[in-house]
Design a protein around this ligand. Structure first.
Ligand code: NAP
Ligand code: F7E
Length: 320
């Protein structure tokens, strides 16, 4: 029988890769979109006729229940959120509504419509914030450093709580940063790949960034959606950390990206106080050994290959 999945946030980076992945597995794929005066479906344009879209907003409980009733999914992947950390300081209440309370609305919808649905929550390494130990695993305590991180901690624990209270198959994937040519332009990897492409093509002269010392465990989004799916195929609902275990600084990112097009990064990158954050997450590094052992999951794309893939894609996109 054909499996049916519902993906919230299908127009986002991860939603689009997950839709590709599930279609490849033979799923019937449904996705939720917010009503907008203009369509923003670029990331799913290539599969537009293979997925079914439904209007839904995380702020609107009725829209969630209606979509769950219409689609009757076996699996729900809750990827929708306000996901950009700096915006969470400018719009902390909206971030809380989408990224925290939105998860409760999804879980309440599932409990009401069909408690047998398997539920995936997109938790984040931002929950570790000011890290209590390195590398971080499923047992590491959380210390979020932004309204976004705080909202994700709520989303994480409400998922755990509904699993324990109502026996739902509800899991959290604690995913470390993952990137791709479909990454939003404001995130640092894409800002760098886009900036490098513009400089190489003579369309820009400098690239203004914030904290170059920040370190992240960056992986490839295409690898990470596979881990989401694996978590929902398990016998027991459990949470997993997903990351590469390799950490790089923003400085490394710049060096590798500029080197790829034969340029010296120091000549073009300027630190700009506008891009520093009120509270920073200095470093994150995953210990994904539980996922490796239990899910048989491992990242396939290295950081260097990821950066080169993103730079090449932006050069191709921007070339006349
Ligand atoms: P993204 O590209 O920003 O996509 C977010 C998606 O959420 C978009 O489709 C957006 O729709 C939708 N959305 C936002 N607010 C909504 C609302 N009120 N109602 C319904 N849909 C709404 O994010 P991503 O990188 O794919 O990340 C996917 C999820 O994983 C997010 O929850 C994020 O917080 C989490 N996460 C991401 C990473 C990472 O490194 N990428 C790591 C850990 C966790 P529009 O197109 O209408 O804006
Ligand atoms: O920043 C530093 C910045 O915005 C990474 C989201 O997907 O991953 C993402 O959150 C680092 C930070 O991602 C600039 O200070 C320096 O230390 O690419 P980012 P993020 O904040 O780590 C997590 C796991 C999520 O869950 C989130 O949804 O890079 N940095 N200069 C900069 N960052 C940006 N954006 N722009 C700069 O100019």
């Amino acid at each position: 029988m054909t499996k049916r999945a519902l993906v919230t946030g299908i127009t986002g980076q991860d939603g689009s890769y997950l839709a590709d992945f599930l279609l490849g597995k033979g799923y019937e794929v449904h996705g939720t979109v917010r009503r907008s005066s203009v369509e923003k479906f670029e990331r799913i344009q290539h599969i537009r006729d293979r997925v079914t879209l439904h209007q839904m907003d995380l702020l609107d409980q009725l829209s969630i229940i209606t979509v769950l009733e219409e689609v009757e999914p076996w699996e729900v992947y809750n990827l929708a959120a306000q996901s950009f950390v700096p915006t969470s300081w400018n719009q902390p209440l909206l971030t809380g509504e989408f990224t925290a309370l939105g998860v409760t609305r999804m879980l309440e919808g599932i409990r009401t419509v069909n408690p047998d649905i398997r539920f995936y929550q997109a938790s984040s390494s931002e929950m570790f914030g000011m890290v209590r130990q390195t590398p971080q695993n499923e047992e590491t305590p959380f210390y979020p450093r932004s309204p976004y991180g705080v909202a994700k901690v709520y989303g994480h624990f409400i998922t755990v709580n509904y699993r324990e209270s109502y026996n739902l198959f509800a899991v959290s994937g604690i995913l470390f940063n993952h990137e791709s040519p479909r990454r939003g332009l404001e995130f640092v990897t894409r800002k760098v790949s886009d900036g490098v492409a513009r400089i190489k093509l003579g369309m820009a002269e400098v690239l203004r960034l914030g904290n170059l010392d920040a370190c992240r465990d960056w992986g490839y989004a295409g690898d990470y959606v596979d881990a989401m799916w694996r978590m929902l195929q398990e016998e027991e609902a459990e949470d997993f950390v997903i990351g590469t275990g390799v950490m790089h600084s923003v400085r490394d990112l710049c060096r590798i990206a500029f080197e790829h097009v034969g340029l010296e990064w120091e000549a073009y990158v300027m630190e700009d106080p506008r891009f520093f954050r009120p509270a920073e997450v200095e470093e994150l590094c995953a210990d994904a050994s539980k996922a490796e052992e239990r899910l048989g999951w491992a990242p396939r794309v290295s950081f260097e290959d990821l950066v080169r893939m993103m730079v090449d894609a932006d050069i191709e996109r921007l070339s006349p």
